[in-house]
Ligand binder design. Structure first.
Ligand code: COA
Length: 182
């Protein structure tokens, strides 16, 4: 299985490693950060962080896409996670998601990482639409989606009965927005 590495001057999207576990557990222990993710409860457990890495490494093997570790380009320190969920069951589409350590919010890291991931996705996965699933109160995340060119297109009620917004962009819209204007 080949998990690609994508980078800019300040960030790297790379495969998770087992030694990312403590930093990932620290990320997931931040109550403000996890507020709109999964159960919404902080999860500081090393075992649960290891489970997350194992699950999402397996996702790459099954689907040819998945979550990357988002790392600082200079230090290789884990500063977030970005990437895809493409579950064929009880999931509304090919989803791109983003999480950045709180001390780095407001510096453009999430949008920079999402641009790399979205561009890779449209060039590699052969899908017409990529979505992001965002809680209506998660305005920071909605702003990332809109900066990418995603639009709120519909809502989706999860199996646990939470209604979320689906933001989406098509491959044609993505490539048209990035084409140099003459
Ligand atoms: C959602 C989340 C990733 C957004 O992080 P963020 O820092 O607000 O988003 P970005 O990294 O794109 O940064 C954008 C902000 O940085 C500013 N910025 C500063 N330097 C910048 C640069 N070089 N490039 C782009 N933006 C820059 C932008 O003006 C923007 O400011 P604004 O928030 O006042 O509009 C973050 O809040 C998070 O991790 N939340 C918890 C997890 C979560 O909810 N994830 C989404 C699940 S749907």
């Amino acid at each position: 299985m080949n998990i690609p590495t994508l980078s800019t001057d300040r960030i790297v999207l790379r495969a998770f490693r087992e030694d990312d576990t403590p930093a990932l557990a620290k990320l997931h222990s931040d109550a403000e950060l996890v507020r709109y993710l999964g159960s919404g409860r902080p999860e500081p457990s090393l075992g649960k962080a290891w489970d997350y890495i194992a699950l999402h490494t397996g996702h790459w093997a099954l689907k040819g896409c998945g979550k990357w570790a988002l790392a600082d380009a200079k230090t290789d320190e884990l500063i977030g996670r970005v990437g895809y969920i493409d579950c064929p069951y009880e999931w509304p589409g090919l989803e791109l998601g983003w999480v950045v350590a709180r001390e780095l919010w407001g510096k453009g890291y999430a949008s920079e990482a999402a641009v790399l991931a979205l561009d890779w996705g449209f060039r590699t996965l052969g899908r017409d639409e990529i979505i992001s699933i965002i809680h209506p109160d998660n305005t920071r995340s909605a702003r990332v989606a809109e900066r990418l060119g995603e639009r709120l297109v519909r809502s989706w009620t999860t199996p646990s009965d939470v209604t979320l917004g689906i933001y989406a962009i098509t491959r044609d819209e993505w490539h048209a927005a990035r084409r140099p204007r003459s």
